[in-house]
Design a protein around this ligand. Structure first.
Ligand SMILES: [Zn+2]
Length: 343
């Protein structure tokens, strides 16, 4: 590698007056966390890696699935067949795209107990999550740390984004004071999602991150932007900060203070339930794989084992967390977990 290779690589971007050589150097020193590496997150991560953002932390709890390939641009069929966690598969793809970028994959469920350490050494957080539970937790954590974050969502043919600057712009709870009750808001599970809608929102989010990293705050998006990719209707609603906002106005941190008990959650887009155990425990995956091999078919890689029995599929991670596929019933998922993994 020669000294001038970086300049060659980023030549078309350095030509942009809004970036230039000094902006490129800022991007190289940039540190960004992408929470959730699905359709939005993989689009954002790819664009930031190609742009030369120096450090990317990719956090995701899930494994690559066939239904992801329609829109999650970093993944390939081989990743599904290998049963790779998304964060690991994404990090490998980014390493092939740009070896100058340092990528840290984190295979973990993010909750109130784990979010702050993931965010405290980065400049910006990108919302690549598929659920409001995590977004409201991220809103609290970002306000607590004073870290800007870029909200994004894509459901059906509709994309939404907003850039949240703590203390300066509206926060998520200024825009939507409370999370939608379960079952009310459409999800990609119930409404589907158009690949281009996710790609567009990811591109808008990536552009906001680049503006933030080069220090161009004047041109940041200060609206709640919604675009329907099918009808091409676009709306920009001014994102006005509310003085009586419980989170950024009154300092409440309801979601960050919540205790995270052992719990089960249904996963978006999957006939599946996640079973978490608390406190986290380090499992001996090899021993578990050997034990389960007598009972059903087992796929084993360094990150997880996937065990198939009686039409159910249990993906068990090193920290004891599991995704039980073939059911949406939390009680059944926990009972399968107890039977085969033990609690
Ligand atoms: Zn607020």
């Amino acid at each position: 590698m020669t000294d001038d290779q970086p300049h060659e690589r980023y030549h078309r971007q350095i030509l942009l007056p809004s970036i230039g050589r000094s902006g490129q150097e800022r991007l190289r020193r940039g540190r960004v966390c992408v929470l959730g590496v699905g359709a939005l997150g993989s689009q954002v991560a790819q664009l930031l890696a190609r742009a030369g953002v120096g450090f990317l932390r990719l956090v995701d709890r899930d494994v690559v699935d066939w239904t992801n390939l329609q829109r999650q641009v970093l993944y390939e069929e081989a990743d599904v067949e290998a049963g790779l966690p998304k964060a690991v598969a994404a990090a490998r793809a980014l390493a092939r795209i740009n070896r100058e970028v340092s990528v840290e994959p984190v295979v973990q469920d993010v909750d109130a107990a784990s979010i702050l350490p993931l965010l405290q050494d980065v400049a910006i957080v990108v919302d690549g999550s598929d659920n409001f539970e995590l977004r409201y937790l991220l809103n609290d954590a970002a306000l607590e740390l004073g870290t800007p974050w870029v909200y994004g969502g894509a459901v059906g043919t509709l994309g939404t984004t907003a850039t949240i600057l703590p203390g300066e712009t509206a926060c998520l709870r200024c825009l939507f004071p409370d999370p939608p009750p379960p079952g009310i808001a459409p999800t990609c599970d119930t409404a589907g999602v158009l690949g281009p809608a996710a790609a567009l929102v990811g591109a808008l989010q990536a552009a906001e991150v680049l503006k933030l990293l080069v220090g161009d705050r004047e041109n940041l998006n200060r609206s709640l932007v919604t675009i329907d990719l099918w009808s091409l209707e676009l709306a920009r609603i001014p994102a006005v900060r509310r003085p009586d906002c419980p989170a950024c106005g009154l300092g409440e941190r309801r979601f960050l203070r919540a205790r995270a008990p052992s719990r089960t959650v249904q996963l978006c887009g999957r006939d599946a339930v996640q079973v978490s155990v608390s406190p986290r425990q380090e499992l001996d995956l090899a021993a578990l794989a050997t034990r389960l091999a007598a009972l059903g078919s087992v796929l084993h890689n360094p990150y997880l084992i996937r065990f198939t029995v009686d039409g159910y599929e249990l993906t068990v991670f090193r920290d004891g967390r599991a995704i039980v596929r073939g059911t949406t019933d939390p009680a059944l998922a926990r009972s399968l977990y107890a039977r085969y993994v033990g609690m």
